[in-house]
Ligand binder design. Structure first.
Ligand code: AMP
Length: 350
C-alpha cells in the first residue's frame, strides 16, 4: 500500500492516526466508507491505531449554529464501529476528551509562521465560504489555526503515518513542515515526520445527483446526494429510484450514456468485472434504467448489510459504546501525556 509499511520496525508497530469531523449530524456516507473507513479497517492489523472524532475541528465552521457536536460525535463513533474498526486494536476517542491536543496546539503555534497558514488552500476556500455566509469578521482565528491543531492531533501520538485520500496528500505537508521546524529549532528528533498512506484502489464515489450542468459530482454531505451508512435497505432502494441517469434515456430502449449516469458509475465501482457488458446494453437500449437501479440497489445493500448488523449490536447496548470510548480516551490521554512531558522538557518549560 505504501512505502511506510516496508520500514516497520520489528517487534513494535508503527503508529497511525486517523480521524473524521462530526459535521452534518455526524452521519457518514458510502463515500466516507470507501474512501476512509474501509482503508482504515484494513490498516488496523499493521499499525497501532489511534482513531479520533475531530469535534473541536467541527467548530471551525459550526460554532454558534446550534448543532449538537456531542450527538454528532457519538454518531461518528457508531459509524466507526459499524464499519469494522475494532476497539481492541484501535483506540477510538473524541479529541475534546484529550485536552493535551489544545496544549500542544498552543505550543506548536509558537513555532508556526502565520504566512504558512495563510497560504493553505482550504483556509482560502473556507474563508470565502464563511465570509459569504456571514461576513469577513466571522473568519475566526480557529479557522486560520486549523492546520496547527491538525498538526497537534498527529504529532501528539508521534504518528508515523496518516491515511489520506488520493487528492489530499498536500494536507499533511504542513504538519510535516511544523514537525521539521520544531525538531530543527530544538535540535531534537522528538517528532517523526508523518508519511501519507494512500490506498491505491479507492476511487471517488459519485453522488446520486448531477450539478446544474448535468455533470456527476462526488458524493458529499454538502450536496445532499449521499447514501448513508445508516440508511435502511428500503431507503437505499428509494434513493436509487430517484438517482440521476441519462436525461435522454426516457424509455427503456432509448440509448443511454453510462459515463454520465450515477447508477452506472456506482455499479462500475462495485462490479468491475461485469460492468462493460451492462454498459453496452445500456448504450444500445437493450437495458433500461429500472433494471440497473434494481441491481445496483442489491449490490449496495449487500455492502451495507454487514455494517448494519454491527451497528445493531452497538445501538442496542449504549453502555458498551461508553466503555469503548472510556478505554480509547484513557489510552489516548496516557500516550499524549508521555509526549507532552517530552515537549515541555524540550521547550525548557520544566
Ligand atoms: P469529508 O468529511 O467530506 O472531508 O470526508 C472525510 C473523508 O472521507 C475524506 O477524507 C475522504 O477520504 C473520504 N470521502 C469523502 N467523500 C468521498 C467520496 N465521494 N468518495 C471517496 N471518498 C470520500
Amino acid at each position: 500500500m505504501s512505502a511506510v509499511l516496508g520500514s516497520e520496525r520489528t517487534g513494535e508497530k508503527k503508529r497511525l492516526l486517523s480521524g473524521m469531523q462530526p459535521t452534518g449530524n455526524g452521519l457518514l456516507h458510502l463515500g466516507n466508507y470507501e474512501g476512509a473507513l474501509k482503508p482504515w479497517v484494513a490498516l488496523q492489523d499493521q499499525y497501532e491505531m489511534f482513531c479520533f472524532v475531530a469535534d473541536w475541528h467541527a467548530l471551525t465552521t459550526l460554532a454558534g449554529t446550534g448543532e449538537s457536536i456531542a450527538d454528532a460525535s457519538r454518531a461518528v463513533v457508531l459509524d466507526y464501529l459499524s464499519a469494522g474498526l475494532d476497539p481492541d486494536r484501535c483506540a477510538i476517542f473524541r479529541q475534546s476528551k484529550v485536552t493535551a491536543h489544545a496544549e500542544l496546539s498552543t505550543l506548536l503555534g509558537m513555532v508556526t509562521p502565520v504566512s504558512w497558514l495563510e497560504r493553505v488552500p482550504t483556509y482560502k476556500e473556507k474563508r470565502e465560504l464563511v465570509a459569504e455566509r456571514e461576513h469577513e469578521a466571522a473568519v475566526s482565528y480557529g479557522l486560520l489555526g486549523y492546520p496547527v491543531l491538525q498538526a497537534a492531533d498527529i504529532l501528539l501520538y508521534r504518528a508515523h503515518a496518516v491515511p489520506v485520500g488520493k487528492d489530499q496528500a498536500a494536507h499533511l505537508e504542513l504538519t510535516r513542515e511544523i514537525a521539521r521546524r520544531f525538531n530543527h529549532l530544538y535540535q531534537t528528533e522528538l517528532f517523526p515526520t508523518p508519511q501519507a498512506v494512500i490506498s491505491e484502489d479507492t476511487g471517488v464515489l459519485p453522488g446520486l445527483d448531477a450539478d446544474a450542468g448535468g455533470k456527476l459530482r462526488k458524493m458529499s454531505k454538502s450536496y445532499h446526494n449521499t447514501i448513508l451508512l445508516t440508511d435502511s435497505a428500503d431507503t437505499v432502494a428509494q434513493k436509487l429510484k430517484g438517482a440521476f441517469t441519462s436525461p435522454l434515456k426516457v424509455r427503456k430502449d432509448d440509448p443511454g450514456v453510462p459515463e454520465g449516469c450515477s447508477v452506472c458509475q456506482l455499479r462500475r465501482l462495485y462490479d468491475p468485472s461485469g460492468y462493460s457488458a451492462q454498459w453496452d446494453e445500456c448504450r444500445s437500449g437493450a437495458r433500461g434504467c429500472s433494471q440497473s437501479k434494481r441491481e445496483t440497489t442489491e449490490i449496495l445493500n449487500a455492502v451495507l448489510d454487514p455494517i448494519r448488523a454491527r451497528r445493531a449490536v452497538y445501538a442496542s447496548d449504549p453502555a458498551e459504546l461508553e466503555r469503548v470510548l472510556e478505554r480509547g480516551e484513557e489510552k489516548a490521554r496516557a500516550f499524549a501525556e508521555t509526549t507532552m512531558q517530552k515537549v515541555r522538557e524540550t521547550m525548557l518549560l520544566v
